[in-house]
Design a protein around this ligand. Sequence first.
Ligand SMILES: *Cc1c(COP(=O)(O)O)cnc(C)c1O
Length: 351
Amino acid sequence: MISFYPGPSRTYDDIPKYVKEAHREGVLSMNHRSDEFVALSKMTIKLLKEKLNIPRNYTIFFTSSATECWELIAQSLITKKSAHLYNGAFGEKWFEYTQRLVPGAKAFPFDKEGEPDTKKLQLKTADVICITQNETSNGTQLNERFISLLQKMNSHALLAVDVTSSMGGVALNFKSADVWFASVQKCFGLPAGLALMVCSPKAIEKIKSIGEKKHYNSLLFMNEMMDQWQTSYTPNVMAIYLLMRAMQKVDPIHLIHKKLTARYQAWESFFRHSEKLTLLIENKKVRSTTVLTITGAPEYLDQVKTAARKAGFVLGEGYGALKKETFRIANFPAIKKKEIAKLMKFMAHFL
Ligand SMILES: *Cc1c(COP(=O)(O)O)cnc(C)c1O
């Protein structure tokens, strides 16, 4: 089976080899307070900064999931009000989870065929602005220019960006926001159970000035631990090791970005003349390059998905409200060129 599911997604072929080596090298029972762990943590963070082009003065935390990152932000970074700009299920979920902890959280939904209108948004009272750069549920993306503009217009606030299905696949300008997070089971091509949270110096200052320390994963405490390259609890050491090994091998992000953009364009022209299967998002400017969302008649989509499974492909189900009317195709780095060619050959019969 070849998985085109946009998370958990296809993992790198080398993973079983890395797991064996982890076992041989004693990583599976490595003490998380040991010098060996400190060296592993340090090396992983160094590689992430190099390969993903993350500024050296940013701090990277290991967390367990993107969902945990939503909660970390709500606990430790939002004092009174957060503003949530979203157009799909993941951004909405982030808002809902935050609202339970922060009653002042405010929703700013926008149409999936466009960008939020920065001039009309009332964000003056928000202390954290939350956006989903790549909305995995509907296959939309907010571009570099928009994020920079949002940051420029709102220097009073911190900008937090969910990049769960794009970090590792899209060249992000980390300077244009304060908090970025992603779990590793999407663009990183790794098994689930680990996530990363990248914080700017401005975010770290805010964490310190708020001083929230009521939880095992309060960012203040996590930051103190990360000063020693450690975590506040026993982390998923094997997942960190796998991330380190994967990062050693991957190309620098600008090359991955280029590769995925070309593949995205190939998919785009593939569906261009189809009558039965079309891209859900019509506006090219906001289409995601890492998650393609295909729409068609629900019964027909069911037929395609069933036939695909028989032929050895796993397509992504539609998500949330779009469950019946769409399916999704991941365009993640671990997927091979020849696998895409195979899927295209199969899917050509259904256009
Ligand atoms: C998958 C996903 C999440 C949730 O990730 P978990 O690791 O399951 O917590 C959050 N946001 C986006 C945009 C996602 O694609």
